[in-house]
Design a protein around this ligand. Structure first.
Ligand code: FES
Ligand SMILES: [Fe+2]
Length: 323
């Protein structure tokens, strides 16, 4: 993967409530980080004390400073070294603070550069939303592929998202330098249990993905958006992916919290089914180390390989498919 490109992007890393009075260790793109909350501001550094390289996340916060647990070096929230026990005229040292933002109870991080922050989850007020963090021991690109590509649904989610009776749809796709979008016009209603219970005649799905890993599926009826599932895929480490999942529903007379409570077990089951197959796929891929076949009905993989591995541009599909 093109890690240098990804380092310049903002990623949602954890729920604010995880960060209280103690340093918190996290990893992004294989880089070990430490987060602290000092004077109610979130600050991030590389998780390494410059003195003897022990993790600063093993230290503590004392008098608004991050204190290393080994010899007590203490840093303020800008990274400036404020105290070296036993040393009066030591050189001043500063560790570099890494950019963070705390927005709607999510802490976002950008490892390098000055790219402006953009909150992908921001959405219209006529929808209510809920956000969850999920973890997979899986491949980054194949996790995004799994979310966006519908051809696995009659098998992995049989009965839940689609029944055995076929479903036909017309597919068109568009792409630009930021990502790609696939329109699915459903020729008959989506026919899984989840749809029978919760959707009232969804006739179109629009699935999109933008660099560096924000994917969403919109569910529409007569061009009106009823339901959206957005996932920010975060590359934590090789073979480790975090999904920040946001589900949004159009507000109606039925209170949204009630709908979320009812919907949750079904979404959890769908996630569990995907997690199981993605984790076994990752293990086998490591074992076999072989390339795989890409066929015409694989709708998104070429776009993803272009986006994350700088492979040739993916071809936009226009086709009818029968699932
Ligand atoms: S290793 Fe951190 S103070 Fe010595
Ligand atoms: Fe799935």
């Amino acid at each position: 993967m093109n890690i240098e490109k990804l380092k310049k992007e903002w990623f949602p890393l954890f729920n604010s409530k995880e960060l209280k009075g103690k340093p918190l260790a996290k990893t992004l793109l294989g880089f070990k980080l430490v987060f602290v909350r000092i004077d109610n501001e979130v600050t991030c550094f590389e998780d390494r004390c410059p003195h003897r390289n022990v993790p600063l996340s093993k230290g503590s916060i004392v008098n608004s400073q991050l204190r290393c647990n080994y010899h007590g070096w203490s840093f303020d929230k800008t990274g400036e070294l404020k105290n070296i026990p036993g040393c009066k005229n030591c050189n001043s040292i500063k560790i570099q603070a890494i950019s963070t933002k705390e927005i709607d109870r999510i802490v976002w991080v950008r490892l390098e550069g000055d790219k402006e922050f953009y909150n992908n989850f921001l959405f219209s007020e006529i929808y209510s939303s809920t956000t969850n963090f999920k973890h997979l021991k899986a491949d980054f690109v194949h996790s995004i592929e799994n979310f966006l590509d519908p051809t696995h649904t009659p098998f992995i989610h049989r009965g839940l998202l689609r029944s055995e009776n076929g479903q036909s749809m017309s597919v068109t796709q568009e792409s630009d330098e930021h990502g790609f979008k696939t329109y699915y016009k459903l020729n008959n209603m989506q026919n899984g249990l989840i749809n029978k219970l919760f959707d009232s005649g969804i006739d179109e799905n629009i699935a999109s993905c933008n660099f560096p890993g924000f994917a969403k599926i919109d569910y529409l009826k007569n061009n009106k958006l009823l339901f959206r599932v957005s996932v920010f895929f975060v590359p934590i480490n090789k073979g480790e992916v975090q999904m920040v999942v946001n589900v949004s529903l159009l507000k109606t007379f039925v209170p949204s919290f009630l709908k979320f409570i009812l919907l949750r077990p079904f979404l959890e089951l769908a996630f569990y089914q995907d997690k199981k197959i993605l984790e076994s796929q990752y293990k086998e891929n490591i074992f076999f180390k072989k390339s795989y076949e890409i066929v015409d009905s694989d709708l998104v993989i070429n776009h993803l390989l272009h986006m994350f591995y700088d492979k040739p541009t993916g071809k936009n599909k226009v086709m009818d498919i029968e699932l």
